[in-house]
Design a protein around this ligand. Structure first.
Ligand code: G3P
Ligand code: CA
Length: 247
């Protein structure tokens, strides 16, 4: 399994193939791999009964036919909702997946970047660890978050976890912060406009993977490839695949 240390960047489908399917659904993840992705990124929230639900927002309002906060709904209630029809009628009937369902769908060789959007809790940690162990995913999952304290809490409890630092501020500062934090960071996930080739070189030299988000335009994709990043998080895995193939 390769999760980024190679000459060409890893193609990471953002929320699956968000540009061509309803984000964070099993259909979007399957399509990402069909389009040439070698990894996927997804977002995780926690349901009222402690299940890990794949959804970007704290509410279901934007991406389903329902309303309400995920933290106040049970997994049974959440999975009755249609998470695909809002995007296009051919996706009607797609559900909000659980993280377990994604782990079942995606072969273990493929990297999954799990971004935690909900607050830290012991219950969250216990369920995440249980799933990583049950599906043998400790090596092929990178858990990222903008909440660096949350990453620290997870790493303290599970040191072998691969942690990815998401951020929108100065790249070099964050590389240093990643080193100084004691979190034992595996990867940096900068907003793509923050990176330059020297920054990337510096991070790689310090043993960090660099996975910028979310790059969709050809010129920006090209720039990231030239900067030597380890992977690119994109809504259009097919676009990046063609670029890397020289098409
Ligand atoms: O993980 C990278 C990217 O997904 C972070 O932003 O808002 O799309 O979750 P967002
Ligand atoms: Ca995300």
């Amino acid at each position: 399994m390769t999760i980024g240390s190679k000459h060409q960047p890893l193609i990471i489908g953002h929320r699956g193939a968000k540009g061509s399917a309803p984000e964070n659904t099993l259909a979007a993840f399957a399509l990402a791999f069909e389009q040439g992705a070698e990894a996927i990124e997804l977002d995780v929230q926690e349901s009222a009964d402690g299940e890990l639900i794949v959804c970007h927002d704290a509410t279901v309002d934007r991406t389903t036919n329902g309303k309400g906060r995920i933290a106040e709904l049970t997994v049974a209630e959440l999975q009755k909702l249609d998470a695909g029809g809002w995007y296009h009628e051919r996706f009607a009937g797609e559900k909000l997946p659980t993280l377990a369902e994604v782990f079942e769908l995606v072969p273990v060789e493929y990297m999954i970047n799990v971004e935690i959007k909900c607050p830290f809790s012991e219950r969250l940690f216990v369920r995440l660890k249980e799933l990583l162990e049950q599906y043998d995913r400790l090596q092929s999952v990178v858990v990222s978050s903008f909440n660096h304290k949350l990453l620290q809490e997870l790493k303290q409890r599970l040191p072998e976890l691969k942690a990815g630092l998401l951020y929108e501020a100065n790249f070099t500062q964050h590389r240093k912060m990643a080193e100084g934090s004691g979190i034992g960071v595996f990867s940096l996930h900068p907003q793509f406009r923050l990176i330059g080739a020297e920054d990337v070189k510096d991070a790689l030299a310090h043993g960090l993977q660099v996975y910028p988000y979310t790059i969709n335009e050809l010129t920006d994709l090209q720039r990231a490839v030239e900067a030597g990043v380890s992977g690119i998080i994109t809504d259009y895995p097919d676009r990046l695949k063609r670029l890397l193939a020289g098409e």
